[in-house]
Design a protein around this ligand. Structure first.
Ligand code: PLP
Length: 425
C-alpha cells in the first residue's frame, strides 16, 4: 500500500467484539487473565496479549503498527512525548562510560539532553564540527553506542546526509538513530537510506492539530545486534530486568524496540495515554494531505519573503542558491518542509516589531500545526543555550522561524505583509 492508504488503514482490522470502524479508546490500565496459568504464560512471553497499559495498550498498538508501516520498520513503541522517545532510544543501548555522536544542529531539548543531562549519568554527548559524515566519524570510538541526527534539523532546516552517516556508523558497528519529526515519512523515510531506528515527536505534523503530545520509536529491524554480543550485551544476554529473556532470540528483528518497551518504558513509565493515542490516530489519517498543503504554502511564503524589501535573508532549502539545496534535493526530491527561517531587515529590533505585529500567525514555540505559527528561537526554545551554543545549533538573534500552516495562502501572505510593513522604520 501507498503511504496515503497506510496512514488510514494500517494496524487495524476492526474490533472483533463491537465491529467498531474507528479505533476504540481502550481507556483501561489492566487486562484480565483467564487464569493463573494464562497470567504466567503472558509474563513468560509464551503467549501474546495485553497485561498492563504501562507495557502496552491496544489503542496505542494500532498507532504503533501504523507508524511502523509508514516508516517501513518492523515494529514501534509509542511514548508520552518526543523527548521520551529520544531518551529511550538512547538509554536502551547506552550506559555509563559510553558516548553518543551527534550532528551539531539539534532541537533545543535534545541538545540539552546530550550536552548537559546525559553527562551527569556518565554518557557523553559528542557533537561533530560540521554535518559532514567525515566529521562525525572522527568522534566515533569503541565506546560509541549510536550516531544521532535529525533528518531535517529544527530550526536550522539542514538536511542530514543519512546515507553517509549510516555508512560511517555501520563501519564502526553502531546504529544510526534519526529524528524524523520535521520531514515526516511523507517526505522522507530514513530507513530506506540506512537508518536503523527512527524517532518522532508525534506532537508536531503527525498529530497535526497542536492538541496532543506523543512520541514514537520505530525499529527498522535491520541492525545486526547479534554481531556485537559484548557492545550490545543487553540485547544478547539474558535480561535480568525482564524474566531472563534474550531479546535477539525471542523477538528476532524487533529485539531493540521490544527492550525499549519492556525495560525502558515498563520501569520508567513515559507511557502514551490511550486517549492521546486515539487523537494522534485521527491526525495521522490526514497526514499526507496536510503535508502536501504545508509544502505548497511554504514555497509561496518563501518566494514572497525573498522579494520583500524588509527581509534581509530567507533560509529555505527550495531556493537553488541555498547551501542546503543539493542535500534537500537528494533526500526530499522537489518537496520541501514547511519550516523556514528569515531575518527582518533592521536586526533584532525590527524582527521583534514584525514578530509582535503578526495576527494570523500565532506566536508560540510549537510547529507542525494546521495553524500558521511563528517563533523567535533565541528568546524561547533555545533561550537556555549560551550565544556560542545557539550558534552551534544554528540559531541567530534576529531569526524568526515560521511553521507555515494550511490556511488559504492569500490570508497567510497578507498577514506577513502587514507585519513587515509595521517593522519599517
Ligand atoms: C518538538 C521536537 C522534539 C520534542 O518533542 P516533544 O513531543 O515536544 O517532546 C524532538 N525533536 C524535534 C525535531 C522536535 O521538533
Amino acid at each position: 500500500m501507498k503511504r496515503e492508504t497506510i496512514a488510514i488503514h494500517a494496524g487495524y482490522d476492526g474490533d472483533p467484539t463491537t465491529k467498531a470502524v474507528a479505533v476504540p479508546i481502550y481507556q483501561t490500565i489492566a487486562f484480565e487473565f483467564d487464569s493463573a496459568e494464562h497470567g504466567a504464560a503472558l509474563f513468560n512471553l509464551e503467549v501474546q496479549g495485553n497485561i498492563y497499559t504501562r507495557i502496552g495498550n491496544p489503542t496505542n498498538a494500532v498507532l504503533e503498527k501504523r507508524v511502523a508501516a509508514l516508516e517501513g520498520g518492523v515494529d514501534a513503541l509509542s511514548v508520552s512525548s518526543g523527548m521520551a522517545a529520544i531518551e529511550y532510544s538512547l538509554i536502551n543501548i547506552a550506559e555509563s562510560g559510553n558516548n553518543i555522536v551527534s550532528l551539531p544542529q539539534l532541537y533545543g531539548a535534545t541538545y540539552t539532553l546530550l550536552a548537559h543531562i546525559f553527562p551527569k549519568r556518565g554518557i557523553e554527548g559528542r557533537f561533530a564540527k560540521t554535518d559532514h559524515p567525515g566529521d562525525v566519524e572522527k568522534l566515533i570510538d569503541e565506546n560509541t553506542r549510536a550516531v544521532f541526527c535529525e533528518s531535517v534539523g529544527n530550526p536550522a532546516g539542514n538536511v542530514a546526509d543519512i546515507e553517509g552517516l549510516a555508512a560511517v556508523a555501520h563501519k564502526h558497528g553502531v546504529p544510526l538513530i534519526v529524528d524524523n519529526t520535521i520531514a515526516t515519512p511523507i517526505l522522507l523515510r530514513p530507513i530506506e537510506y540506512g537508518a536503523d531506528v527512527v524517532v518522532h515527536s508525534m506532537t508536531k505534523f503527525m498529530g497535526g492539530h497542536g492538541t496532543t503530545l506523543g512520541g514514537m520509536i520505530v525499529d527498522s529491524g535491520k541492525f545486526p545486534w547479534r554481531d556485537y554480543p559484548e557492545r550490545f550485551y543487553m540485547l544478547n544476554r539474558p535480561e535480568i530486568a525482564y524474566h531472563g529473556v534474550v531479546y535477539v532470540d525471542h523477538y528476532g528483528d524487533a529485539a531493540y524496540v521490544a527492550r525499549c518497551r519492556t525495560v525502558c518504558q515498563r520501569n520508567t513509565g513515559a507511557t502514551l495515554s490511550p486517549f492521546n493515542g486515539f487523537l494522534l490516530l485521527q491526525g495521522v489519517e490526514t497526514l499526507a494531505l496536510r503535508v502536501e498543503r504545508h509544502v505548497e504554502n511554504a514555497r509561496k511564503v518563501a518566494e514572497h519573503l525573498r522579494g520583500h524589501r524588509m527581509v534581509d535573508w530567507v533560509n529555505y532549502a527550495g531556493f537553488s542558491d541555498n547551501p542546503l539545496y543539493p542535500m534537500a534535493q537528494r533526500y526530499l526530491g522537489d518537496q520541501r518542509c514547511s519550516l523556514l527561517t528569515f531575518g527582518v531587515r533592521g536586526g533584532f529590533e525590527a524582527g521583534t516589531k514584525c514578530f509582535n505585529a503578526l495576527k494570523l500567525f500565532k506566536r508560540m514555540v510549537n510547529m507542525g500545526d494546521a495553524k500558521s505559527l511563528a517563533c523567535h528561537p533565541a528568546s524561547t526554545t533555545h533561550r537556555q543555550l549560551t550565544p556560542e551554543e545557539q550558534q552551534k545549533v544554528g540559531v541567530t538573534p534576529e531569526m524568526i522561524r515560521l511553521s507555515v500552516g494550511i490556511e488559504h495562502i492569500d490570508d497567510i501572505l497578507a498577514d506577513l505583509s502587514q507585519a513587515l510593513d509595521k517593522a519599517t522604520p
